[in-house]
Design a protein around this ligand. Structure first.
Ligand SMILES: Cc1ncc(COP(=O)(O)O)c(C=O)c1O
Length: 393
């Protein structure tokens, strides 16, 4: 039997899916596990969205669509993106629709860096693990920049500046961020824009959590002069409308890039499922109350989990300003993140993720996705408190 290629063997993963499979396997054996491992809102998709998908299927709207997405969705998404980002001139022809925002991470890196040419990509660490795995896989050079807890998990801007080089081809930003829940302050975005504006590089601004925030609305780097032309914006339906399994997202691309992305779509997916695209139009054009209700509930859970984690010996948890992740510093326990992740799973029946699953600078932290009921959050906190004697004794 031949081996898989070295290239395929080198591809990293997203640990959340690995741990979720373990949790599901344990649950099938009857183990009682409270899960905080996966970044998936636990709400139904809005009723009008469900109905639109059913109507599309029943109404025969189930054929191939244009690779970049159906015109009506691209128009609706362009209008929505423009309205949400202070009236930016975003055009339907700049939008490409895909099966989630995730595919565009690889497509954008693939289309802007050359394999083995020393092209550098700067990205947040701890950060969404797919950034690093894809940069590596596509033969670009990963350049992690640490997120700093005392800065609300934004970059230290001097470190960021020092990492920029003539070889930097792309800078990835993610705000609100996974796994930290941090929001990049406007002043930081301005400084980053000032630093990169004159350079021959592109920014990828992952704004998938843009509607889930608890303080001021997150800003986009595209609002600063000259930045829209050199930024890819990623957004989608998974988090905002609780549509993770529907697989629907989009990117806004500079004109010179959108054709290459469309070509990657033709070669890989042909197009995104037609009825989920129809549902996406309903999501963008319909009532937004469900989003407000969800964010309100996330805020209650955030307050409960942050207070609870801060009361556990050895834990110190900053209050996240966005997304639905708590990212406590657990260095006070004296245990490694991985050891604590395992201990909580096996002895407390609580599943979370080691911060090290999000990169080297995530070590010393755990990620709790609080997409779980308040009742389960309270029960999980009580369980963690009970086993804390393991590291306080
Ligand atoms: C930061 C970030 N970007 C992108 C994605 C991908 O989202 P999707 O492909 O479901 O749209 C996720 C999902 O967890 C994420 O956390």
């Amino acid at each position: 039997m031949p081996d898989i290629s070295k290239r395929a063997a080198s591809l990293g993963t997203e640990n959340a899916f690995v741990v979720l499979a373990e949790v599901n396997a344990l649950a099938r054996q009857g183990r009682d596990i409270i899960s905080f491992c996966i970044g998936q809102p636990d709400f139904p998709a809005p009723e009008n969205v469900q109905q639109a998908a059913i109507r599309a299927i029943k109404g025969g709207k189930h054929g191939y669509t244009p690779s970049a997405g159906i015109d009506e969705l691209r128009e609706a998404a362009a209008r929505y993106m423009a309205a949400m980002r202070g009236g930016l001139p975003i055009r339907p022809e700049d939008m490409v629709v895909g099966a989630g925002a995730k595919p565009f991470i690889a497509y954008a890196i693939l289309s802007t860096t050359d394999y083995g040419a020393g092209d550098e990509v700067i990205y947040p660490n701890p950060g969404f693990p797919i950034y690093e795995s894809v940069i590596d896989f596509l033969g670009a050079t990963p350049v992690p920049v640490p997120l700093v807890e005392s800065r609300g998990f934004s970059f230290d801007l001097d470190t960021f500046e020092a990492k920029l080089s003539p070889k930097t081809k792309m800078v990835i930003l993610n705000s609100p961020g996974n796994p930290t829940g941090g929001v990049i302050p406007k002043a930081d975005l301005k400084r980053i824009a000032d630093l990169v504006r004159g350079r021959d590089l592109i920014v990828m601004s992952d704004e998938i959590y843009s509607r889930i925030y608890y303080e001021e609305a997150p800003e986009s780097i595209t609002q600063f002069e000259g930045m829209l032309e050199k930024t890819v914006i990623l957004d989608g339906f998974s988090k905002t409308y609780s549509m993770t399994g529907w697989r629907l997202g989009y990117g806004v691309f500079p004109q010179w890039l959108s054709h290459a992305i469309e070509r990657l779509m033709v070669n890989s997916n042909s197009c995104t499922a037609s009825f989920t695209q129809r549902a996406g139009i309903a999501a963008l054009q319909g009532p937004q109350d469900d989003v407000d209700v969800m964010v309100k509930e996330f805020r209650r859970r955030r307050d409960a989990i942050v207070a609870g984690l801060n009361s556990i010996p050895g834990f110190r948890c900053a209050t996240p300003a966005g997304a639905f992740y708590a990212f406590p510093n657990i260095t006070g326990t004296g245990l490694s993140s991985k050891a604590l992740e395992e201990l909580l799973m096996t002895e407390a029946g609580v599943s979370c993720l080691s911060g090290s699953a999000f990169g080297e600078y995530g070590d010393g932290y755990l990620r709790f996705s609080y997409a779980n009921s308040l009742e389960n959050i309270e029960e999980a906190l009580a369980r963690i408190r009970r086993v804390s004697s393991r590291w306080t004794a």
